[in-house]
Design a protein around this ligand. Structure first.
Ligand code: ITT
Length: 196
């Protein structure tokens, strides 16, 4: 079986490639690009929608994983949460979403506030569907720092650190991130399914 990643997000693809030591193929290398409607009500539902959609196109010889993720800010009632990719509107860029979040934090009159990232990883194969989750807690600040990572990383300071994910090395992010934690739980399941 071939391991395929059902994601078009370049930041995610880069992180999965690093964390899987290259043994994963983004679906864009096999299929023509097309839009997947993510109309689930949770990270888990949306991850399953993405993985199932790609699995159904590819067939039984494939094991497909998908990541649905986002950042939640309790001060903003949990926003943007599952809407993180379209916080500034449908089709918004990472930069526009980031600027919108900075604006919302400033509008609350604070310079920093607690926040957390969530990742749901869905695993779909001919043997059934699985979902695992990972979280990373920390704070968001009202200014961008650093160029590393993607999305909301330039304003997120993980618990126990003083630098943002825009400043910290990717290897540190892989150790502590929502995606890294979820993938470490997913790996034994993936290995077991690949051997079946
Ligand atoms: P795919 O569905 O193709 O994987 P997407 O960007 O649409 O790509 P999501 O629906 O899961 O993915 O949206 C996740 C958004 O949450 C993403 O656009 C980022 O803005 C944010 N996000 C998730 N994980 C992040 C991380 O590790 N660092 C920074 N931002 C992150």
């Amino acid at each position: 079986m071939q391991l395929v990643l059902a994601s078009s997000n370049k930041g995610k693809v880069k992180e999965f490639r690093q964390m899987c030591e290259g043994e994963i193929t983004p679906f864009s290398e096999i299929l023509e690009p097309f839009e997947i409607v993510e109309d689930g009500e949770s990270f888990a539902e949306n991850a399953l929608i993405k993985a199932r959609t790609i699995y159904e196109k590819l067939g039984e010889e494939y094991l497909v994983i998908a990541d649905d993720s986002g950042i939640s800010v309790p001060l903003l009632g949990g926003e943007p949460g599952i809407y993180s990719a379209r916080y500034a509107g449908e089709g918004a860029s990472d930069r526009e979403n980031l600027e919108k979040l900075i604006g919302e934090i400033k509008a609350k009159g604070v310079q920093k506030t607690p926040a957390f990232y969530t990742a749901a990883i869905a695993i779909v194969s001919r043997y059934g569907d699985y979902v695992v989750h990972g979280w990373m807690h920390g704070e968001v600040i009202d200014e961008k720092r650093g160029e590393k990572g993607f999305g909301y990383d330039p304003i997120f300071i993980p618990e126990g650190h003083t630098q943002t994910l825009g400043e910290l090395d990717q290897s540190i992010k892989a150790e502590i991130s929502h995606r890294g934690k979820a993938l470490r739980m997913a790996k034994p399941v993936i290995r077991m399914l690949m051997r079946k």
